[in-house]
Design a binder for this molecule. Structure first.
Ligand code: SF4
Ligand code: SF4
Length: 451
């Protein structure tokens, strides 16, 4: 296929970064790169989506990788995955061999967190450091999640992104990975995993480290990689529900400037000028040093500083997030700094094994397989599809309330004036109901979820 045809197909299909970033892929791959890295590192504990996809859809992932290499002119493709995923490694190795593509290879990562942070991954694979405030393209690399690549391969066949692979795990009776229509309700996902094994629980959308608490009435988006059910009293839930006010007061009272958060920060270890302990000092002293506070713009929100670094139970990550929001309101954004940096001395000794994260978070009992169940077909009677489930402008409905749509039909498009946006397609056949920020589709004119 020609480059323009690939870009048009990816744009039409509404492909966005499926690993959680949500950046529209047709914008990302409209670039020149030397190398494309397929990100299959799945660094968040408990999630199994990438691992399962690499086992079940190796050929599709390689096809998607080849298409992105063509689009970007990249001479080389690398699939980055954990060495511990031996079955996926075996299957991908054979698929690469069978493809006859001499310029595609695997790169095996150790089981550390956050191996899937694209700046960490780029460094591990190439030894290059993405400059502060920059993106991998600035060192000649495009990184794309393995599910995104699968969606690219489907896009050139004319298929829009209407399904999502989601791991449902934690305190559920049958942890599982499912392929479901976008917009499927969270409570239906939990039911499909055999229901919860505890009475009082909360649900995390995403991984334990970076995920957010969601309601059962929320819906799966193109970015949902996992749903983790945990007892309400679980440390992780208590941590995620502690108010920022309490977090700030604790930081002021007990941060001892020990630097442990900084010493374990993956972005600091790459040489970036991010020192969470200094941000905590400034917050504690109330000095409002802009030079230090703007460091938060370099934070990836990975959570290593609070989960692993801080022994006082503080959360530099949450505080960074809060400051980031304040800075964003006054228009302060990440500044690109082309100045080359070097990884910190003995970086390798500071990397955090995933097993330590699992143990620190008290997730050992939930660290179990969640195999892809290809026999379980989810047919929800109703789906709720958000108009903004990607980076960029919200999509604009191109259908009317009451209209009957078929599965795969375009229902919301990129606004004409938008530079960045993504198309959205109907994930089931049914009748449309347009709300403020979503399109609800009911499989029957009157029923759906309320039947
Ligand atoms: S969350 Fe903490 S460890 Fe992660 S990048 Fe931000 S400051 Fe560093
Ligand atoms: S690790 Fe905790 S106590 Fe030490 S400097 Fe960082 S936030 Fe403060």
């Amino acid at each position: 296929m020609m480059v323009e045809e690939i870009l048009a197909a990816v744009k039409d299909a509404g492909v966005v970064g499926a690993g959680g970033a949500g950046f529209p892929t047709h914008v990302k791959i409209k670039a020149q790169a030397e190398l494309v890295i397929a990100n299959g590192s799945e660094c968040e504990p408990l999630l199994r989506t990438n691992e399962q996809l690499m086992i079940h859809s190796a050929e599709g992932i390689i096809n998607g990788l080849k298409l992105v290499m063509t689009a970007t002119g990249a001479k080389e493709g690398v699939i980055g995955l954990k060495e511990k995923h031996t079955e996926a490694v075996r299957i991908l190795q054979k698929a690469v061999q069978d493809s006859g593509e001499g310029n595609i290879r695997l790169f095996l990562l150790s089981d550390m967190y956050p191996a899937g942070d694209e700046q960490v991954l780029v460094y591990e694979v190439t030894g290059r450091i993405v400059p502060e405030g920059g993106i991998p393209l600035q060192v000649g690399v495009v990184v794309s999640n393995v599910e995104t690549l699968l969606n690219v391969a489907e896009a050139v066949k004319g298929h829009g992104v209407i399904e999502k692979y989601v791991t449902v795990t934690g305190a559920v009776n049958c942890p599982v990975t499912l392929k479901v229509p976008v917009g499927t309700f969270v409570h239906e996902m939990i039911a499909a995993a055999g229901g919860t094994s505890v009475a009082d629980y909360a649900i995390i959308d995403g991984g334990p480290m970076m995920g957010k608490i969601v309601a059962e009435g929320a819906a799966v988006t193109k970015l949902t990689g996992g749903l983790i059910v945990l007892p309400l009293t679980h440390t992780l839930i208590l941590q995620k529900t502690t108010s920022i006010k309490i977090m700030l007061n604790r930081a002021k009272a007990i941060c001892c400037s020990c630097r442990a958060c900084t010493e374990s920060c993956p972005r600091h270890l790459l040489g970036h000028s991010l020192e969470p302990h200094r941000i905590m000092q400034v917050v504690g002293s109330g000095t409002k040093s802009l030079a230090v506070l703007t460091q938060v713009l370099l934070c990836s929100q990975c959570g290593v500083c609070d989960t692993f670094g801080c022994i006082m139970g503080l959360s530099p990550r949450r505080i960074n997030q809060e400051i980031k929001e304040i800075l964003s309101k006054v228009g302060l954004k990440k500044q690109y700094n082309a100045q080359p940096v070097r990884a910190r001395n003995k970086r390798e000794y500071h990397l955090v094994p995933t097993s330590r994260i699992v143990s620190r978070l008290g997730l050992g009992a939930y660290n179990v397989p969640a195999p892809l169940d290809t026999n379980k077909v989810m047919t929800p009677g109703e789906v709720a599809i958000l108009l903004s489930q990607h980076i960029g402008a919200p999509s604009v409905p191109v259908v009317q309330t009451g209209e009957w749509v078929s599965k795969g039909q375009l229902i919301a498009a990129i606004p004409e004036e938008a530079v960045v946006g993504a198309n959205i397609h109907a994930s089931i056949e049914g009748s449309v109901d347009i709300r403020d920020n979503m399109i609800v589709i009911r499989a029957t004119g009157l029923g759906g979820r309320d039947r």
